[in-house]
Design a protein around this ligand. Structure first.
Ligand code: PEP
Length: 255
């Protein structure tokens, strides 16, 4: 299966606009079979958006790790499930920039797995690290993954289908400077190998960072990248739908 995940971030500005966008996506992806399309609105719009979705699935942008109680402003994995959420983004670089550590990401991952939701765990290096070369970038991503996935190895139930990794080099997010598909493929291969070696997990790995309808096929055609996590373009229904179509049509040329 290939994935297209649209992270709406703190957009749009009203519940009507959120529903309108969700409706357009839902209609636009009709007939697209090979792509799991997921929209990820802000918390206040989750319920209204869920009500107009059918083949499109619902995601959340964050989660809190406790089950319930006196945690003002936080939302639990169970509460997310109650409003129809199936996918939860964890450790997005914009949250990490606000101080979210790998320790916190690990707690959130465990909460999502406990609730049997699907975690979209984001990792990725900064420009400062990337310019040092592939080895430095891989070492950074390895550390992020190992710290974020602590304690997952002997998890009680099978979690292969409940973890997706999104490789999002920080310097490529929202900048228009996307990673070269072959470089993203090299990192994806590294991540997949690491997860098999460390945890015995064969998981989907997505790329994220300035993807659009024009460049998305290049990532899928590497034959190793399983889809994309999209920010900016996910707010433009027509282009987002075109991305879904281009992902479906992309022919894998290299394994
Ligand atoms: C993101 O925020 O995860 C992202 C990939 O954003 P954009 O597509 O705008 O680069």
């Amino acid at each position: 299966m290939r994935y297209l995940i649209g992270n709406w971030k703190m957009n749009p500005e009203s519940d009507e606009k959120a529903v309108e966008l969700a409706r357009s996506v839902e209609q636009g992806v009709a007939g697209i079979e090979k792509v799991t399309t997921i929209v990820v609105p802000p918390y206040p719009f989750l319920g209204a958006v869920h009500a107009v979705l059918d083949r499109t699935l619902l995601g959340a942008q964050d989660v809190f790790w406790e089950e319930s109680g006196a945690y003002t402003g936080e939302v639990s994995a169970h509460e997310l499930r109650e409003v129809g959420v199936r996918y939860v983004i964890i450790g997005h670089s914009e949250r990490r920039a606000m101080g979210e550590s790998n320790v916190v990401v690990n707690k959130k991952l465990r909460a999502v797995l406990e609730e049997e939701l699907i975690a979209v765990l984001c990792v990725g290096e900064s420009k400062e690290i990337r310019v040092k070369g592939t080895t430095a970038a891989q070492a950074f991503v390895k550390q992020q993954l190992e710290d974020s996935m602590k304690g997952i190895k002997n998890w009680k139930s099978g979690i292969e289908d409940n973890v997706i990794i999104a490789y999002e080099p920080v310097w490529a997010i929202g900048t228009g400077e996307e990673d070269d598909p072959q470089d993203a493929a090299t990192m994806t291969r590294f991540i997949k190998q690491l997860l098999v070696t460390n945890y015995g997990l064969r998981v989907a790995v997505l790329y994220g960072g300035s993807t659009d309808a024009a460049n998305v096929a290049g990532y899928i055609e590497t034959g190793i990248i399983d889809g994309v996590l999209v920010g900016g373009v996910s707010l433009k229904a027509d282009e987002f739908i075109a991305m879904a179509r281009n992902i479906e049509r992309a022919r894998e040329v290299e394994k």
